[in-house]
Design a protein around this ligand. Structure first.
Ligand code: ADP
Ligand code: MG
Length: 694
């Protein structure tokens, strides 16, 4: 029987039903499963040393003949010791194995063997202790020794050696030609190693391969397999994007000089180059017949709001409605304030609808939205959850989008007639994750900041320096500035933390800052109470805002110039960066004190150091990904992270970029047919462990 990739492992030589069941439990059902579980490291056992040259302490391989072999049993405790003497033309050495009596049958005199292991010295001389061994036979030379040897992760009862042997068997029986889903043109252009050879060499590298390159997963063969996996993942996204592009939106806005003039009129400042580029990309999209599906990334304070508002203006000038969603009521309220002010001279009506809008008012708002008298509606999730009908919804803006569930995104889009969708995030998304979670989106980035910002100075300080830091706060307040003091809210211990924030606020007011006005803000407060506090802080009536992380996103008080983060060691890197973005928003030099309590982990130390070292959100995001790993970056809940067999999102990020580019190219140039199309339709989601992503 000839083997192919779909052959169940039980048909492999030497695999009985029992072993097949073990393999299956370890996730290995077919030959393909076996091949695509790559070694996690490699060891060079290729260079045979003359026995005479062996030195104690070395790790070495020798090839020789078994001169003699003997099993002995120690009197004390009945240890079974197997000794064999191996000789080559230069000399001989003893090999000792403890409690492996069966070796009597395996390592018989006169056989040729390769021995690999650590050379030891004791009173009876040089020897190998428990070395790897392999009888050199004609049909199966060098699987475990005498070559660069693959090491596999142990899974279940499947040992690394067992896997190595199985892979070797399977490769031996695999035909010289195997099907390949990667388009031929692309394989040629990118000079990809043929699939068959890539499999062979990723498991059993030729002896001239560089160990270091192998262990970094950077040989052409390894890269080919990783690329293959990433490409198959990306082709699914590219295909969906392509398919979505064939749906047309009901209303296609146009931009003319009148609209440009209207936009110029509401602009309170000159846009940065980054903002201009972003708005150009967005407005170009809006004028296309297909719905826009774009992610606008820009660090905290980069000025995304005005960009979104200009897009909104284009929609409204075309007679379309705009929905503007934010993750919290505070933020929705703030957006509403900003937008209403900027549009106050225009003919457009802006409304605010949140979970705490009173029932009667809500009712009226619904009918305004339905009749189209509301041009722009700002709100929270309530905009999605309630049964609002729009008159002519043209654009949906979703701020801080990673906080919205995928379903909510989809639900809102479904309300309108395939409106344009603009997602915004100030959590810069590492490039690889943007290419996986958001692969179907187009991405605009604002990488510059409005002029006149001085970067926030960041200090990592132990708690013992508290008094000094408080003194610095006093000095800032006396100069007329304001301060944030942030407490962590760890999930699960919300009550305790809340208590500590509340107690801290009282303590600070009574004992530390009696002469200053302090207020507390936390997530459990009623939203009108929250709003009152935020307004008072924004208006300068409150000097110190003691808060949990509810201030994290988007809150804008330019006069606030100092921040203390308590228990900074508990926060994630991106979250700290977000928090820090609350200061440094005006013309004043700002300071952020990251206060930690010992003991802190090495990870925490590295996080805080990284944060102090840079203000570049994109660099911080990459670091965060590196420290936390992709699964934790957003929290797995909403992420469309693929289940991968060979690739690693952090290690292989540039391969993902290539795969993304190539997949789009393939789909855009020729559409899809044959194997690839079938793969996407039948296997894609399952293979990558994905649920429907809106
Ligand atoms: P984010 O990207 O974090 O949402 P915002 O849109 O809230 O940032 O903008 C941050 C602050 O910068 C706001 O006070 C806004 O008015 C101001 N701003 C935005 N763009 C500019 C600009 N081009 N010039 C001057 N100030 C700007
Ligand atoms: Mg914002």
């Amino acid at each position: 029987m000839s083997l192919d990739l779909s052959t169940p492992l039980q048909f492999l030589k030497g695999v009985g039903p029992r072993k097949a069941a073990d393999l299956k439990r370890a996730g290995l059902a077919t030959v393909e499963d076996l091949f695509y579980r790559l070694p996690f490291r490699y060891e060079d056992r290729s260079r045979m040393q003359p026995i005479v040259s062996l030195r104690p302490g070395a790790r070495a391989a020798v090839l020789g003949e078994i001169k003699s072999a003997k099993l002995s049993i120690t009197r004390r405790r009945g240890f079974k010791i197997f000794n064999a003497v191996i000789g080559d033309t230069s000399g001989a050495i003893r090999c000792t194995w403890m409690n492996q009596a069966f070796l009597v049958d395996v390592l018989q005199p006169h056989l040729s063997v390769v021995i690999f292991g650590d050379v030891k010295l004791d009173s009876s001389g040089l020897h190998f202790l428990n070395p790897e061994y392999e009888v050199v036979s004609d049909d199966l030379t060098g699987v475990h020794t005498g070559r660069i040897v693959p090491f596999y992760e142990k899974t279940g009862v499947v040992t690394p050696n067992m896997q190595r042997k199985l892979v070797r068997h399977a490769l031996n029986e695999l035909p010289a030609q195997i099907p390949d889903m990667l388009p031929e043109e692309m394989r040629g252009r990118l000079q990809l190693v043929p699939r068959r050879a890539a499999l062979e060499e990723s498991h059993f590298p030729p002896n001239d391969a560089l160990l270091e390159t192998l262990n970094a997963f950077r040989t052409p063969s390894q890269r080919r397999l990783i690329f293959e996996e990433f490409f198959l993942f990306q082709i699914g996204h590219a295909w969906r994007r392509h398919a979505a592009g064939t749906e047309l939106k009901a209303f296609v806005p146009k931009v003319d000089d009148r609209i440009r003039a209207a936009a110029a009129k509401i602009l309170p400042f000159k846009l940065t180059a980054g903002q201009r580029q972003a708005i150009k990309e967005i407005v170009d999209d809006m004028q296309r017949p297909q719905p826009m599906h774009r992610l606008l990334q820009g660090d905290v304070g980069a000025g995304k709001t005005i960009v979104a508002l200009l897009a909104a203006l284009v929609a409204m000038e075309n007679g379309l409605q705009v929905a503007f969603m934010a993750p919290t009521e505070i933020l929705a309220g703030q957006h509403f304030g900003t937008i209403a002010k900027l549009l106050s001279q225009s003919r457009f009506r802006v409304d605010l609808l949140t979970g705490s809008t009173p029932g009667l008012q809500k009712h009226t708002l619904h009918s305004h939205i339905e009749r189209g008298t509301t041009n722009l509606i700002v709100g929270t999730h309530a905009l999605v959850q309630e049964s609002i009908k729009f008159h002519k919804l043209g654009l949906v803006v979703i701020d801080e989008q990673h906080r919205f569930g995928v379903a909510q995104r989809g639900a809102l889009r479904a309300k309108g007639l395939r409106p344009d969708v603009l997602l915004m995030t100030a959590t810069p998304i590492p490039r690889t994750l943007a290419l996986t979670d958001y692969s179907e989106l187009d991405v605009s980035k604002i990488t510059d900041l409005p002029p006149g910002r001085t970067p926030v100075k960041t200090w990592v300080k132990p708690e013992s320096r508290r008094d000094e830091i408080y003194q610095t706060v006093r000095e800032e307040l006396d100069r007329g500035r304001q301060a944030y003091i942030i407490y962590p809210l760890v999930e699960g211990s919300e009550k305790i933390d809340l208590k500590s924030a509340t107690e801290m606020a009282d303590h600070l007011q009574a004992e530390i800052f009696p002469a200053y006005r302090i207020a507390l803000l936390h997530g459990r407060m009623k939203s009108d109470a929250k709003e009152r506090v935020m307004h008072a802080f924004a208006a300068g009536q409150i000097q110190i805002l003691v808060s949990t992380t509810v201030v994290e996103v988007g809150v804008d008080v330019p006069n606030a110039s100092i921040m203390i983060v308590e228990h900074a060691e508990r926060f994630g890197l991106s979250q700290l960066h977000q928090l820090r973005g609350r200061v440094g928003r005006g013309q004043f030099e700002s300071h952020c004190f990251l206060m930690y309590q010992a003991p802190w982990t090495d990870d925490a130390r590295e996080r805080l150091k990284a944060l102090a070292a840079t203000n570049d959100g994109f660099a911080i995001a990459e670091k965060d990904l590196e420290l936390r790993g992709p699964g934790d970056f957003f929290g797995t809940r909403q992420s469309g992270l693929p289940k991968l067999r060979t690739g690693d999102l952090v290690r292989d990020r540039e391969i993902m970029e290539d795969a993304h580019r190539e997949a789009r190219r393939v789909v855009d140039e020729g559409g899809l047919a044959g194997d690839l199309l079938q793969f996407i339709q039948q296997q894609w989601e399952q293979q990558f462990g994905l649920i429907e992503v809106g």
